[in-house]
Design a binder for this molecule. Structure first.
Ligand SMILES: [Fe+2]
Length: 230
């Protein structure tokens, strides 16, 4: 078994990404089959399986619906990770980690670039990116109810920023214009993410605390700008 550090050194993302999101994605993802978590591996995600219209095709399915349904699937998985007796459902944990990292990858790699020239979207993307960094970091350590609570709290604010009126999905659909079906095709074919095993070190814990703080500070600033500050 290779260490998380070794996986971090060898696993490369499609594009260089020096950001916290990229750093922690490298940390969470594995570099080879021997360290992959295999539970549930190979199952189609909701993005591939549950977005079909009743007649079995995807006509009329928009980007928003595709990714909002994936949010719903991830919400269900999150609640299954830590059982009421405190034990961990390993399969749900692996499925959630893999699914959330894929979802974040889709947004960072496919949707954010659509909004790069949208000045009004820059602040939105900044906060979504900070949330992604904190979420990715929280996936590194073995899950307890504390990590599940922290992830739930981030997603409770994060997902509406994507799904809501004027949110990221709506803006991305507008920006994609006639290329929307091509964008949806790229989203649907975005690869599964191989996972490294959990790691728990003081460095990881400090990084999680820092990234969660940065996400919370970003939200405070965003709320203040919207006149919701306290
Ligand atoms: Fe997101």
């Amino acid at each position: 078994m290779r260490s998380a550090k070794a996986g971090r050194q060898t696993k490369r993302l499609p594009e260089a990404d020096p950001t916290p999101y990229g750093r922690f994605t490298l940390w969470v993802t594995g570099g080879g089959a021997s360290e992959n978590i295999t539970a549930g591996r190979g199952r189609p995600s909701v993005a591939d399986e549950d977005v079909r219209t009743p007649n079995g095709d995807n006509q009329g399915m928009v980007l928003h619906d595709l990714l909002a349904r994936d949010h719903e699937r991830l919400d269900v998985l999150l609640e299954r990770i830590v059982r009421s007796d405190g034990t961990v459902d390993v399969e749900s944990d692996a499925e959630f980690r893999r699914g959330l990292l894929r979802h974040i990858g889709i947004e960072e790699r496919i949707l954010f670039p659509l909004l790069r020239n949208d000045p009004a979207g820059a602040r939105l993307i900044g906060q979504l990116h900070r949330d992604h960094a904190a979420l990715s970091a929280l996936l590194v350590v073995p899950p307890t109810s504390a990590e599940v609570d922290a992830i739930r709290a981030i997603l409770a604010r994060h997902n509406p920023l994507e799904e809501g009126s004027g949110g990221m999905y709506e803006r991305a659909e507008e920006r994609a214009g006639e290329a929307l079906s091509e964008v949806i095709g790229r989203v649907r074919s975005y690869p599964e993410v191989p996972l490294a095993r959990h790691a728990d070190t003081p460095v990881v814990r400090r990084s999680i605390a820092q990234l969660v703080r940065e996400a919370e500070e970003g939200w405070r600033l965003l709320d203040a700008e919207r006149g919701m500050g306290n």
